[in-house]
Every structure is written in structure tokens, then in C-alpha cells.
Design a protein around this ligand. Structure first.
Ligand SMILES: CC(C)(COP(=O)(O)OP(=O)(O)OC[C@H]1O[C@@H](n2cnc3c(N)ncnc32)[C@H](O)[C@@H]1OP(=O)(O)O)[C@@H](O)C(=O)NCCC(=O)NCCS
Length: 349
């Protein structure tokens, strides 16, 4: 069976830089607090009307496609990972297919939040290995700035997230020592509400004793979105930060070690670990736990914040552009996030 290689990578971040100090205009926070707890110095926010999750994905995809030496019409499958789609449905995959004037190929949307890109990569890997597709476009993109709570009430969440997109083209390779060696995917829904945006949704307060949504008086419908939800600020993401942190620092190393063990390798063999950019403190904890040197880990959350499904392809692209990934290098991508879901991919560049 053939292996899958990442043939090329591209990224796009909006021009608008928002520093920690810029956020002081909206909420009670400080540059010191944000840097100390998260490592973030600034993030990019998309233009409110001209840029969407899909348009940013398209820009990243154009670069990846050009670097692969192909055209949009060569792409035979699209996988689009995001938690901030342009529409509730249909997903961003078809919007990208339309915007890039691609053939009537399959377009799959992945809803796995921070581990969305690793999940998407794993799905693409299976299709390439079986020979079903030869040029898969995998995109991770987010426009978080559209709907965060920028008042002091939402500061524990809103200071963390940023906008952007990354994309890769997957192709088959015959080379013995190249490509994705293995991928590892996991989930544990026990704490699904710990990091979640409940509304709009169809949950009807089914899963929790605590009411996550208030509904208007109505005989039919009007439960997906209600005036009460808006009035009571129930339409923003929620996060129990300390709990997410505790779980992340266990699962990140676990899933990286799982990938290394599967391939008979050790952390000292890694040329580069690209962890999902959730929080610099989490990445540093993982680095310490795996006894990795600074040059074995790539972080850029300082400049972009947490861009969820986009964070790994953005970091991968930047690291590659900086010459930190060379042919034959052993690279590990690993993610953990809402769900909880987590995963890793180990590859030879
Ligand atoms: C979110 C996170 C940075 C918060 O840091 P923390 O040290 O756990 O802080 P806590 O949530 O316990 O809050 C500590 C205090 O800071 C305050 N605080 C929260 N956000 C703040 C902000 N942006 N600015 C200033 N103060 C803030 C809280 O209100 C709290 O105040 P109190 O002690 O008076 O109640 C941290 O928990 C974290 O990074 N968790 C992981 C989150 C993550 O990675 N999410 C993405 C997963 S993919």
C-alpha cells in the first residue's frame, strides 16, 4: 500500500493585528496576565465583513496548491476542518469548492475543534493509502473573532483565540522513507460541556442538570435560537480553563508517545514536534515531559493566539518556510481540544 505525503503547505492570516493591550479597550485584562498564563502577545482578527472562514481557507489553499505544482482542477477531494463555519449548514467545504471553481469532487467537513486538522489529515491519509484519491486538499480555518464575548465576562476565552487558515495537499508517495507513518485519534465525551458553545443547538437542556439555554414561550420551534439566549448571553463559547489544562497536559504526551511507540521510535528521534497551539504553557509542559530540546518544538501562539483547527497547518507552514523542516525529518503533529478529542500524526517529511 502507498504512503501519504504532505506535498505542500500554505497559510493565510488576516492583516489586522490585535495586541493584548488593544483588548483593554473592551475588557478588564492586562498584557501581563495574558502573556503569563498563555504566552500570547497578539493575534489576528479577520475583517468583519470581507473575510470569512472559507475565504481565509481559500487563500491558504491557493498557496498550497501552487506549491504542489498543480492546479485547483487537479484536487480530487476536499476536507475542511473548522468550528466556525460560514453557515451552520452547508459546510465550508462546498463554499471552497465553489470559490476555487473546482470540479464536482467530494467535500467533507470535519467538526473536531482543536484536533480537527489531525482528524482531517488522518481521513485524507486513509483515502490516499487505498488509492481512492491522488490530490487531497486539507484545510483548517477559523474566524473566531465573529462571535466571542469581548466583555470582561468572556475574557478567559476571548483573549486566547485568533483567526487564520492553513492548508496542505496530500499525495501518494512510493518513497520508502517518506510520508505519514501513522495517525492516532481519540475522544472522551465525558466532559463535552467543559469547552463548548451550546447554543444555537438542539440539546433542549437534555444533557446537564444545569440549564444551558433559556427558551422563549412557543408551541413549536424557536428552541434552536431564542431571544432569551441572546438576552442572557448564552450564545458564547464556554470554557473551564483549569480543567482543560489538566487534561491536555496528560493527553498530549500520551498520544505523542503512542505514535512514537507504534513506529519503534523515541522522542529523541523527533526533529520537530508541532503541537496544536492551545497555550504556550501546555506546550512547554509537554516539551519538558518528553525531554525535548527547544529546537525540537515549534510554537507560534505568541503571534497568532489559538487558531483551533488552523493552528497546526499554520505552524507547519511557518516552520517549513523558516527551513525548520527538511526532507527526511521526523515530524509529529499533535492536538487536544474540545470534546474532548485528541490525536497525533507522525510523519517523515
Ligand atoms: C484559560 C487559562 C489561561 C486561565 O488561566 P488560569 O490560571 O487557569 O486562571 P483561572 O481561570 O483559574 O482564573 C484565575 C483568575 O484570573 C481571572 N481571569 C480570567 N481571564 C482573565 C483575563 N483575560 N485577564 C485577567 N484576568 C483573568 C479569573 O477571573 C480569575 O480571577 P479570580 O481568581 O478573581 O476569580 C488557563 O486555564 C488555560 O490556558 N487553560 C487551558 C485553556 C486552553 O488551552 N484552551 C484551548 C484548548 S484547545
Amino acid at each position: 500500500m502507498k504512503r501519504t505525503k504532505i506535498a505542500s503547505v500554505g497559510m493565510y492570516v488576516p492583516a489586522n493585528i490585535v495586541t493584548n493591550n488593544d483588548l483593554l479597550r473592551y475588557m478588564d485584562t492586562s498584557d501581563e496576565w495574558i502573556q503569563e498564563r498563555t504566552g500570547i502577545r497578539e493575534r489576528r482578527f479577520a475583517d468583519r465583513t470581507r473575510e470569512t472562514t472559507t475565504t481565509m481557507g481559500v487563500e491558504a489553499a491557493k498557496i498550497a496548491i501552487e506549491r504542489a505544482g498543480i492546479t485547483a482542477s487537479d484536487i480530487d477531494f476536499i476536507i475542511f476542518a473548522t468550528l466556525s463555519p460560514d453557515y451552520y449548514f452547508p459546510g465550508c467545504g462546498v463554499l471552497l469548492q465553489r470559490a476555487m471553481k473546482m470540479n464536482e469532487i467530494g467535500a467533507l467537513d470535519v467538526r473536531n475543534q482543536c484536533s480537527g486538522f489531525v482528524y482531517a489529515l488522518s481521513v485524507g491519509d486513509q483515502f490516499i493509502r487505498t488509492g481512492m484519491y491522488k490530490n487531497i486538499l486539507v484545510v483548517g480555518a477559523e474566524k473566531h473573532s465573529f462571535g466571542l464575548d469581548f466583555s470582561t465576562r468572556g475574557r478567559n476565552v476571548s483573549v486566547i483565540f485568533g483567526d487564520g487558515a492553513g492548508a496542505v495537499v496530500l499525495q501518494p508517495t512510493d518513497q520508502e522513507n517518506q510520508g505519514i507513518l501513522s495517525t492516532h485519534l481519540h475522544s472522551d465525551g465525558e466532559s463535552a460541556e467543559i469547552l463548548a458553545m451550546y447554543n444555537p443547538g438542539t440539546h433542549a437542556n437534555h444533557w446537564m442538570e444545569q440549564e444551558l439555554a433559556d427558551f422563549d414561550e412557543a408551541e413549536m420551534g424557536e428552541m434552536f435560537f431564542s431571544h432569551a439566549m441572546i438576552d442572557k448571553a448564552q450564545v458564547f463559547p464556554n470554557m473551564d480553563g483549569p480543567l482543560v489544562f489538566k487534561k491536555a497536559v496528560i493527553k498530549f504526551p500520551e498520544v505523542i508517545i503512542e505514535a512514537l511507540n507504534k513506529n519503534g521510535l523515541q522522542s529523541s528521534d523527533l526533529n520537530l514536534l508541532i503541537p496544536h497551539q492551545a497555550n504556550l504553557r501546555i506546550a512547554q509542559f509537554v516539551q519538558q515531559k518528553l525531554k525535548l530540546r527547544d529546537e525540537q518544538v515549534y510554537n507560534n501562539i505568541q503571534n497568532y493566539g489559538n487558531t483551533t483547527a488552523a493552528s497546526i497547518p499554520i505552524a507547519l507552514c511557518e516552520a517549513w518556510e523558516l527551513g525548520k523542516i527538511k526532507e527526511g525529518d521526523l515530524v509529529c503533529l499533535a492536538a487536544f481540544g474540545s470534546g474532548f478529542t485528541w490525536g497525533s500524526a507522525l510523519l517523515r517529511w
